[in-house]
Design a protein around this ligand. Structure first.
Ligand code: MRU
Length: 360
């Protein structure tokens, strides 16, 4: 696979490939503080559920380094250092990170992994705490890539030769630590030698499809056709599409899926036209604390994203606009959930309970 590195950690700073500028410009934003990381998440320099989890983990390392910094310089570090004080500061930093974007559960998941690790280190010296926390963040990063590859391996079994696949948003290397979930499946099928073609929904208003997914696929020579979101139904109804694959931001205990706005429309179109609708996501995207999609908070973003395009007005001034960033696809419209642990056909509450048992 072509090297795509959305998140680079060098031990003291976090470099994020600025996804607002792609495909024209490949530039990194360097984060040196927790505040920098939060700004980058809010402004979508980095986006995509798994990428948000990894970024949040490193954001907490930057915070921990700041809180602990002075104590590792002292000879008798253990005496001067108060673990409860440190942990309280870290928990509060974690809470502010979780608030940056509410829908993708991986963000809270990444934060909780670091906080849990820290809770387990209450007897340790500050220098060891920092080392162990950084190791945990690096493990989250590495695991994300290996999990994506497993998802790709499982999902590719569902892709036949000469398939045309439709995808929405960007669930690729850019949305993860690397490789991707939905695009991981597509990548794997392509590298298995299957002749495939991908319809890429442009994904208004942030254009993750036309700017990011098209860029990733083109880099690797995977055949694609960019379409406007409204053309999906036309192609599906014509019989041009063998299956639809999307990622997920949060999956409820009953299998309902929150994903980029427009996903639900695709799922209904798929059902109406007997086309399989697949959701590719790691187990970390499943949130058993929400019973159904109704309980998932859908982020509302600035209407300016719809009414303007990089400063160019697209509608009359002062117009009313609504910009929900995600929608909910009920489980009964999902043909299968593709995870690192296998393919779960027709997800429901009972099957989801069994699936999460496989979490480490
Ligand atoms: O608003 P975004 O770009 O963060 O939304 C991303 C999506 O909806 C993706 O489909 C989802 O996070 C899965 S990414 C592997």
């Amino acid at each position: 696979m072509e090297g795509i590195y959305p998140i680079i950690w060098d031990g003291t700073s976090l470099k994020l490939l600025d996804q607002r500028l792609l495909p024209e410009v490949e530039r990194y934003v360097e984060c040196q503080t927790l505040e920098d990381v939060k700004e980058c998440i809010k402004k979508m320099v980095v986006r995509g559920a798994p990428a948000l989890g990894v970024t949040a983990a490193f954001g907490l390392i930057l915070a921990a380094q700041k809180f602990i910094g002075d104590f590792t310089q002292l000879e008798e570090e253990q005496e001067a250092f108060s673990f409860p004080e440190f942990q309280a500061k870290l928990e509060s930093a974690g809470n502010t990170l979780k608030e940056t974007r509410p829908t993708a559960v991986n963000l809270s998941w990444g934060v909780e992994r670091i906080l849990n690790k820290s809770r387990s280190l209450k007897e340790a010296l500050p220098s060891l705490i920092i080392k162990e926390l950084e190791q945990e963040a690096n493990a989250i990063f590495d695991e994300d890539i290996s999990v994506n590859k497993k998802i790709g391996e499982w999902g590719a079994k569902l892709i036949g030769d000469n398939y045309t696949i439709l995808t929405h948003c960007n669930a690729g290397a850019l949305a993860t630590a690397g490789y991707g979930t939905a695009l991981g499946v597509i990548r794997r099928a392509f590298y298995q030698g299957k002749k495939i073609m991908v319809y890429v929904d442009e994904t208004r208003p942030f254009l993750q499809g036309s700017r990011l997914t098209a860029w990733e696929l083109q880099k690797e020579g995977i055949p694609l056709s960019l379409i406007v979101d409204g053309a999906a139904g036309y192609h599906i109804h014509k019989g041009d599409v063998n299956c639809i694959i999307v990622g997920a931001d949060r999956i409820a205990a009953n299998g309902d899926v929150a994903n980029k706005i427009g996903t639900y429309t695709l799922a209904v179109l798929a059902k109406e036209n007997n086309v399989p609708f697949y959701v590719a996501a790691p187990l970390s995207t499943i949130d058993m604390s929400v019973n159904s999609g109704k309980e998932i908070v859908v982020e509302e973003r600035d209407p300016e994203e719809i009414t303007n395009l990089r400063g160019l007005p697209l509608s009359p001034p002062g117009i009313n606009a609504k910009n929900p960033a995600f929608d909910i696809t009920p489980a009964n419209l999902v043909t299968a959930l593709i995870t690192e642990c296998g393919i779960l056909n027709f997800p429901n509450e009972e099957k989801m309970k069994q699936l999460v048992q496989k979490r480490r």
